[in-house]
Write a protein that binds this ligand. Structure first.
Ligand code: PLP
Length: 243
């Protein structure tokens, strides 16, 4: 394990976490408490240890190499979420992380098949949870499956990917959307979830939406998985752009 966090940093992170957790608990609906994913990109392993010691177990990272380097330095019962842009040639490296819990950024049927093969070949005991990332804002350079393709990709994950468990849908959303209430990206994700349920049946899909600035609003609209980084660990300087 890497060096432990300073006493000061431990207090800071645990206080931040407590605040976020209270907000998540406050907006629980139908007795479902959303999952909080602590996004630790660019942050040192000692920050992850501090959050872990404050009880946090789900963490998110955006870069395969950074995740591969940090995962062995922190407790092995952490549940990792990969939330960055997924590249086909990185699926194998991702699948080699023993405690990878979910890939939230499946953005095509082909990528689903790649991840399925990689996870299957790595010989894990249970299927890998995946979210289909949706380009709800229909921006050209935004990652994610186009809205009219989501049903098709969902069907192919369910039918052709035995090593994957389709857990839900995920969106990042546009900056403009995040200034509106209700946020149109979140509404689009809810609508698509309902559409898939109506067409394919099966278990209720989760919704991964909401970050530091809008997770409370996302929870109001039905998020079951929120991804919070800077409100827990502080701002990321100088590189702040989400992948
Ligand atoms: C960085 C990132 C987050 C966390 O963003 P904050 O605004 O720091 O909470 C959440 N989701 C994705 C996909 C990210 O890249």
């Amino acid at each position: 394990m890497e060096e432990s966090p300073s006493a000061e940093r431990k207090v800071e992170i645990s206080e931040n976490l407590e605040e976020i957790r209270d907000a998540v608990l406050a907006s629980r609906s139908l007795n479902v408490v959303a999952r909080l994913v602590a996004v630790s990109k660019y942050k040192p392993a000692s920050d992850i240890v501090a959050a872990y010691e404050a009880g946090q177990r789900h963490f998110g990272e955006n870069y395969v190499q950074e995740l591969s380097e940090k995962a062995p330095l922190v407790p092995p019962d952490i549940k990792w979420h990969f939330i960055g842009r997924l590249q086909s040639n990185k699926c194998k490296a991702l699948a080699a992380i023993p405690n990878l819990w979910a890939v939230e950024t499946i953005d095509s049927g082909a990528k689903a098949l790649k991840m399925n093969d990689a996870w299957g070949s790595a010989g894990h005991a249970s299927p890998l949870n995946v979210f289909i990332q949706v380009n709800t804002s229909e921006e050209e350079n935004k990652g994610g499956v186009e809205q009219h393709e989501v049903l098709k990709v969902a069907r192919s994950v369910r039918e052709s990917c035995a090593s994957l468990n389709l857990l839900g849908l995920m969106t990042i959303g546009s900056v403009e959307g995040s200034h509106q209430q209700p946020n149109p990206d979140f509404l689009a994700l809810v609508r698509l979830r309902d559409e898939i349920k109506a067409e394919l049946g099966g278990p209720e899909l989760e919704l991964s939406m909401g970050m530091s600035d809008d997770f409370e609003h996302a929870l109001e609209l039905g998020a079951t998985n929120v991804r919070v980084g800077s409100k827990i660990f502080g701002s990321r300087l100088p590189k702040t752009a989400a992948a």
